[in-house]
Every structure is written in structure tokens, then in C-alpha cells.
Design a protein around this ligand. Sequence first.
Ligand SMILES: Cc1cc2nc3c(=O)[nH]c(=O)nc-3n(C[C@H](O)[C@H](O)[C@H](O)COP(=O)(O)OP(=O)(O)OC[C@H]3O[C@@H](n4cnc5c(N)ncnc54)[C@H](O)[C@@H]3O)c2cc1C
Length: 323
Amino acid sequence: MSKEVIIIGGGIIGLCSAYYLQKEGHQVTIIDKSDISYGASFVNAGYITPSHFIPLAAPGMITKGIKWMMDSSSPFYVKPRLNIDFLKWFWAFKKSATKSKVEKAIPVIRDINLLGRDLFEELKASNDFDFHYERKGLLMCYQTDKAGEEEWKVGQLGIEQGLNVDHISKEDVKKLEPNIDLNIKGAVYYDCDAHTTPSEFMNGMVNYLISNGVNFHLNEEVEDISLIDYKVAEVRTNKQLIKADEVVLAAGSWSPLLTKKLGVKIPIEAGKGYSINLNRHTDIQMPSILVEAKVAVTPMNGFTRFAGTMEFGGINHDIEQTE
Ligand SMILES: Cc1cc2nc3c(=O)[nH]c(=O)nc-3n(C[C@H](O)[C@H](O)[C@H](O)COP(=O)(O)OP(=O)(O)OC[C@H]3O[C@@H](n4cnc5c(N)ncnc54)[C@H](O)[C@@H]3O)c2cc1C
């Protein structure tokens, strides 16, 4: 039966939800407070990563987080804050960062990541819209033996999880990156990974959805969701009231602000990242993470993107300036 579905948020999750719901025959409306031309779903590193199967909440992360707390230029920066929701999230993060919880989470994250990659390949093969997608793998490049050993331990865990992972020398990396001077010792190579150019994917998807009857309400903010008999009935925006049979909440970091109004508390904290594009030709062929610097390098369609830092500092658009 066809339903009126409202999707709150037009990031990658909202758009992809709309894509599958529209194909199932539902009437879909996407509401976004922005004009959906920027934000995390546009500026990310474009990695589709079965390689990233270890949750962030892992043993050792709390110690690293505390060490890096005072340094806003560190790759994992937690801004100290006396905010009750943040403190509750931090406590939940700490409780999750145990060996047994990580062991349970790994196969689940692996399966979600592999399914995500397979769906990208299905979308590409469908020719519904065109976007840049390549399956070249990901290099975890390291400069020190210590980092190499740690990275290879993760790689071996990946092999145990059925992924195709290799420990390769600088000379073998050179074969993959023949035109680049390499200041590395070696790399762990995840053959299973892929990458895309996010803005191409997002713009292509928006155009496909518009031409297939999905409604967009842009620059319109959802302020409340009302329930009748525990079922979503209406969405109130800053412009109007809209009736809905079903609502998909895909508001990214802002999601807890809306669930709070329904009395549902979900422990999500915004993680801010930074990226810059280099538009001149770089000759870089391979997506690579520079392990020590925690910088992601992605050869996108027509430019190279450098991305880094995970910063937990609340929801804002402040930019931490460093020397
Ligand atoms: C620098 C950087 C690099 C990254 N690299 C990678 C990577 O390589 N691979 C990877 O998988 N992930 C990466 N990520 C993470 C990834 O980009 C995000 O997880 C993803 O884009 C989140 O998508 P989303 O749809 O959930 O949220 P968003 O893209 O944030 O979309 C949420 C939307 O909801 C809208 N919204 C919020 N509240 C309301 C409201 N009340 N009413 C109406 N609209 C609302 C917002 O305007 C926004 O458009 C990276 C992120 C960054 C910043």
C-alpha cells in the first residue's frame, strides 16, 4: 500500500531512503533546513570502507581522547564541556569501549559496510544516474615500524573477518602510485574498499529523485513531530503543518534534538571533520590514509581531497584554527 512518507534531512541517508521508498511506490517528501548543497554528505572523504570495521568506542580511545583533549590540532579532539547530554554520551562511550563489546560489534559493522558497498555498486550498475565510483582499495600508509605493526594487527583481524587485506612494502606501494614521491615505510592494503566523489553522488541522486516525483521542501526546518496514539501524525515546520503516514528521521547530528521532543533520548554526538580540495592535477591515484597524521587523501573526479580530524565539540560551525 502506498504511503505518504516524510523524510527529515536531505543528507546521504535521507536521499538514499527516498530512493528506495520511491521505488517501492510511496509518495515521498524530503524536508531540509538547508538548500542541500553543502554539509557532511558533500565534503566527506568519499571512502566506502569495509576496512573500517572497528568501532570508534574501542579500548584505548578514552586514554587517547583525554591525552588529546587539550590539543585542538590533534586527530581526535574532544572539547571539554560541562553539558549533561555530552557527559551522558561520554559515559556510554566509555562503557562501550570494552574488548568484549568491540568483538561483538566487529562482524556487525563489517556486514553493514559490505552491504553499503554492494548497494553503491548496484546503484552504479542501475544507470539511474551517473556518479564517480571506483573500487581501487585503500592504503593505510605508515612512516614508523610501530604504526606499521599496529596497522597490520588490524589488517590481520580484517583477514579473520574474511576481508582481502595485504601488508605491502614501499616498493609495492610505488607500483600503485608510480608518480608520487613516497615518504613512507609501507602500507596495509585493503583491496575491499571503494571511493566516490560525494558531491557528484548527491547532485545526481537529487536530480534523479526530482524527476521521479519526490517532493523537496528546502530551506524549511522541522520544529516538531506530533503523535496520535503513539503514531506519528504530523510534522510541523517553520512554514506549515504536513500530515504523514510515516516519518524517516535522517537529520544527522541534529536527530537527537527532534527525538527529544518525542521523549526518546538517543546518545548521538556531532563529530566534526575538516576537508580541503586541491584542484590542480596531483597524479595521486590511490585513496590513502596517512596513519600517523590521520589524514585521508582521496583522488576524486577532477580534484584531490584531503580530510582529517574528528572533533567532538557540540553542534556548531566553528572552525578550530591551529598554527
Ligand atoms: C571531513 C569528513 C570526512 C568524512 N569522510 C567519510 C568517509 O570517507 N566515509 C564515510 O562513510 N563517512 C565519512 N564522513 C561521515 C559522513 O560524511 C557522514 O556520516 C554522513 O554524511 C552523514 O549523513 P547524514 O545523511 O546522516 O547526515 P547529514 O549529511 O548531516 O544530513 C542531515 C541533514 O538534515 C538536515 N536537518 C537537520 N535538522 C533538520 C531539521 N530540524 N529540519 C530539517 N532539516 C534538518 C540538515 O540540514 C542536513 O542536510 C566524513 C565526514 C566529514 C565531515
